[in-house]
Design a protein around this ligand. Structure first.
Ligand SMILES: *Cc1c(COP(=O)(O)O)cnc(C)c1O
Length: 452
């Protein structure tokens, strides 16, 4: 039992060689603050334990505190879940050219808002928007911070204090508390829902237009659920026709923003941006980091007069996209323009990865580690797209007495590994594991096996 008297003072600690090295590495203020906090904690614990930890233990706690303060908590992880657009794991990984573009424009100055030929102030909106209009054959485009922001901007700029017609079956909530009715309220638009939960008819929209002289018709993609059975809903083209007869726009919140047809990869059909435009939607909005496979962004495309109104609204400035986003988005879009998106953009590479390739990778892990087995399973696209749709996959599966504790251990590695359980086995889906992460993944698994 040592008493509080044996506790070294801050000044004494500052003289020790190891603490001097911390100061060199992390600076004096951080080091001092960590030592103070450690000593406070020791005094607090002393009241119960009547004991003071040895010096090396005390220094270790202080060092852990400094390390947690001086390193970013946002860090890369290995996604072994097989969920390609994992909302909790940062959605879409970026393609190489997008990463290079971010580095290019951020390590120095850029022409973000500078018109080079004219030598004067320019507009940030020119950078990604010309790619979008060329790619989608639309008149105009606008990029904002995310798609929730895009919806808020559209409703605020076009429908404030006016009614907006939407089918009851589309009053959706997507992850993270984004609910269409709440966003409507926030924008100042008056929600006018039509139809029932399962069925809505064109005549419902026609009656509502006569009754409320709305600002627009809003169509929202049911990104994360399906309704089946006794259901019916007008097509987007029918809605466009009714809207245009009334002289109001049709807005389609498409969410996932598919520029490629998912059917070619053996998945169900996810509505495509081009289809919404062909159907006559006047504005279409979607995320940059769902099926587009780019950075977080909200993309709005469509009629020039409507986009011009959005750009003028004060909210547009508040939710504008930053230069990192614009750089990464442009680089991603170029792959679509060059018709090489399915090989260059990570999410499409994962979606289109053949089961044979995946099986070979899983089998090679079994061979390398000498444990585990190859098991058939299912990957999902996730991220608010293709609900209920699965991709057959082959996973590396580990049996363990306590699979949950293995999952916990996996998350303590650098980088942390996020795996999942299936039939009491810990499974790793090669589909979402980057090839360059394989070595570190295998050595982490090996270290769990040897320390078990
Ligand atoms: C995902 C989604 C949103 C929100 O997009 P964020 O980019 O996450 O803000 C809005 N509407 C629909 C239909 C969606 O699927």
């Amino acid at each position: 039992m040592s008493s509080l008297r044996s506790l070294p003072s801050i000044d004494q600690l500052l003289q020790t060689p190891v603490v001097i090295s911390w100061i060199t590495e992390n600076g004096r203020p951080l080091t001092l603050e960590a030592l103070r906090q450690t000593l406070d904690e020791v005094r607090e614990e002393y009241r119960i334990s009547k004991d003071v930890p040895p010096l090396d233990e005390l220094l270790e706690s202080a060092h852990n505190i400094i390390q947690s303060w001086a390193s970013t908590s946002l860090q890369p992880v290995i996604n072994a879940t097989g969920v390609i657009l994992h909302t909790n794991l940062g959605r879409a990984p970026l393609c190489h050219s997008a990463i290079k573009a971010i580095q290019n424009v951020s390590q120095g100055y850029s022409n973000l808002e500078y018109d080079l030929p004219a030598g004067k102030r320019g507009s940030r909106s020119v950078h990604a928007e010309s790619f979008l209009t060329r790619l989608t054959h639309t008149e105009a485009a606008l990029v904002v911070n995310n798609n929730a922001g895009a919806v808020l901007l559209i409703l605020s700029a076009l429908a404030r204090r006016r009614s907006v017609i939407i089918a009851r079956s589309q009053l959706i909530e997507i992850g993270g508390g984004f609910r269409i009715p709440d966003v409507m309220k926030q924008s100042g638009a008056r929600l006018h829902e039509v139809g029932t939960t399962n069925r809505v008819h064109l005549s419902d929209f026609q009656t509502a237009i006569e009754d409320t002289s709305p600002a627009l018709i809003f169509h929202a993609h049911r990104s994360n659920f399906r309704i089946t059975g006794f259901t019916s809903e007008p097509t987007l083209s029918e809605l466009a026709e009714v809207a245009h007869q009334a002289g109001i726009p049709l807005v389609d919140d498409q969410g996932s923003g598919a520029l490629l047809d998912t059917v070619q990869f053996g998945l169900g059909h996810e509505p495509m941006v081009s289809e919404a435009l062909l159907s006559g939607a006047d504005l279409v909005c979607f995320s940059g980091d769902k099926l587009l496979g780019g950075p977080q962004a909200g993309i709005i495309i469509g009629k020039a007069d409507l986009i011009a109104k959005l750009k003028k609204h004060p909210l547009a400035r508040a939710i504008r996209a930053d230069k990192l986003c614009l750089a990464a988005l442009s680089a991603t879009l170029i792959h679509y323009l060059k018709d090489e998106a399915s090989v260059e953009i990570p999410i499409w590479r994962m979606i289109s990865m053949s089961v044979d390739t995946i099986r070979q990778r899983a089998q090679s892990w079994v061979d390398t580690l000498g444990v585990g087995e190859v098991v058939e399973s299912l990957s999902t696209v996730g991220g608010g797209s293709l609900p209920d749709e699965v991709l057959p996959t082959v996973v590396f599966a580990l049996s363990a007495h306590s699979p949950n504790s293995i999952l916990d251990r996996l998350r303590t590695f650098q980088p942390p590994i996020i795996a999942r359980l299936e039939a009491d086995k810990v499974i790793f889906d090669p589909r979402t594991i980057m090839p360059e992460q394989e070595n570190v993944l295998l050595s982490s698994i090996r270290s769990i096996l040897t320390n078990n």
